[in-house]
Design a protein around this ligand. Structure first.
Ligand code: NAP
Ligand code: G4F
Length: 352
């Protein structure tokens, strides 16, 4: 039985990856940060409720307290588990927040990755442990090429992206210098019913559901013209696993090859919630108006603009398709928006 360690197991991707690996009969360990409230919502079904306090269940996932800013903790966890595969998904993952917390983001997202790599080296696990690093399309930032491939130069535009740039290169460096099996998945935006509520897609689908049910008046957004290559998180965790099963450690772009604006996502989400929007005005004055009633449901607020923006992301997933036999279009854009709205229509009804 293979042992996998997932850092950030209670995050969006961590929860899907844990399900995927359990299906493949892995023994799955995951790190959880101590919090004054319960943060296991996404993985509750993978825990033994009767044993929540200990966070242990041999039939399900094994939780250990872990924080990537604590090197002693990281080293001890890896020493005790001796994992065959480490998926480093833990991060302060919100780009806008990284402008407010740049030092913490550098520590967790940048140096945190170094702590894992160095622990594997110090413990002499170079031959045993394969490492997946959660790299990001944010590295391309002010893009120098469209679409972006594994060879496109990086131009990061946020403290988050700069921290992830360090993590990308230190992963590659440990591969070249110490022959660790360490690979970067350069993942473009991927969303789901489990997406954090302050990322734009989930913010929109939740608002569309609430507005449709009369529980919210308006949705305020930032840059509506920003373009993203949005895929489904459940499809993307499968590719993470494929990256570590490849014969050689390499870096891969994971994307759909299709890009849409925030405005397009919004129009479609409201449509699936039963509201047909039309757009009027430009820039800060742009509004999303209900065609039927003339009510303004979407407005632009400066609050959600960033000091530097990534205007357009579009990935070329050819290498992952060819070498990993991964299908980037398992869930089309329309299907993704639909499943998120369907989920949130039910969710909002349940909690109101
Ligand atoms: P997420 O939902 O925000 O999950 C992040 C996880 O990291 C959470 O479990 C969080 O724990 C944990 N974490 C944060 N700081 C930590 C620390 N100092 N030590 C240990 N754990 C910590 O993010 P996600 O969307 O699943 O993304 C997973 C990874 O992929 C991240 O590294 C992200 O940067 C990267 N990525 C994501 C995307 C995307 O579109 N989703 C695209 C490219 C790359 P708490 O619950 O305690 O905060
Ligand atoms: O949903 P977002 O916050 O995601 P962003 O910044 O693209 O980052 C996500 O994807 C990255 C991969 O490319 C990951 F590495 C990262 O961890 C994270 O998962 O914003 C998407 C776009 C941006 O251009 C933003 O400016 O939507 C724009 N936007 C417009 N209004 C908004 C809003 N973003 C947020 N969060 N909230 C708004 O109201």
């Amino acid at each position: 039985m293979k042992k996998a360690l997932i850092t950030g197991i209670n995050g969006q991707d961590g929860s899907y990856l844990a399900e995927f690996l359990l299906e493949k009969d892995y023994k799955v360990y995951g790190t959880l940060r101590r919090s004054s409230v319960n943060t296991t919502e996404r993985i509750r079904h993978l825990l033994d409720e009767s044993n929540l306090e200990k966070h242990q269940n041999p039939k399900k996932i094994h939780l250990v307290y872990g924080d990537l800013t604590d090197s002693l903790n990281v080293t001890r966890i890896i020493k005790e588990i001796e994992p065959d595969e480490i998926y480093n998904l833990a991060a302060q993952s919100h780009v806008a927040v990284s402008f407010d917390e740049p030092e913490y983001t550098a520590n967790a997202d940048g140096v945190g990755t170094l702590r894992i790599l160095e622990a594997v080296r110090i413990l002499g696990l170079e031959e045993k442990t394969r490492i997946y690093q959660a790299s990001t399309s944010e590295l391309y930032g002010k893009v120098e090429e469209i679409p972006q491939t594994e060879n496109t130069p990086f131009h990061p535009r946020s403290p988050y992206a700069v921290a992830k740039m360090y993590a990308f290169w230190i992963t590659k460096h440990y591969r070249e210098a110490y022959h660790l099996f360490a690979s970067n998945g350069i993942l473009f935006n991927h969303e789901s019913e489990r997406r954090g509520e302050t990322f734009v897609t989930r913010k929109i689908t939740l608002a569309a559901a609430r507005i449709a049910q009369g529980l919210q008046d308006k949705l305020y957004l930032g840059n509506l013209s920003s373009k993203r290559d949005w895929g489904y998180a459940k499809d993307y965790v499968e590719c993470m696993w494929r990256i570590l099963q490849h014969q050689e450690a390499e870096d891969f772009v994971v994307a759909t090859g299709e890009t849409k604006t925030v405005r397009e996502f919004c129009t479609l989400a409201f449509r699936y919630a039963g509201i047909e929007l039309e757009w009027d005005g430009t820039g800060i004055d742009e509004k999303g108006i209900d065609k039927k009633t003339g009510r303004v449901f979407v407005e632009v607020s400066r609050e959600f603009f960033r000091p530097a923006e990534v205007d357009l992301l579009l990935g070329n997933p050819e290498k992952a398709k060819r070498e990993l036999h991964w299908d980037p279009r398992q869930t089309a854009f329309e299907a993704l928006v639909q499943l998120m709205v369907k989920h949130d229509m039910e969710y909002v009804k349940r909690i109101k």
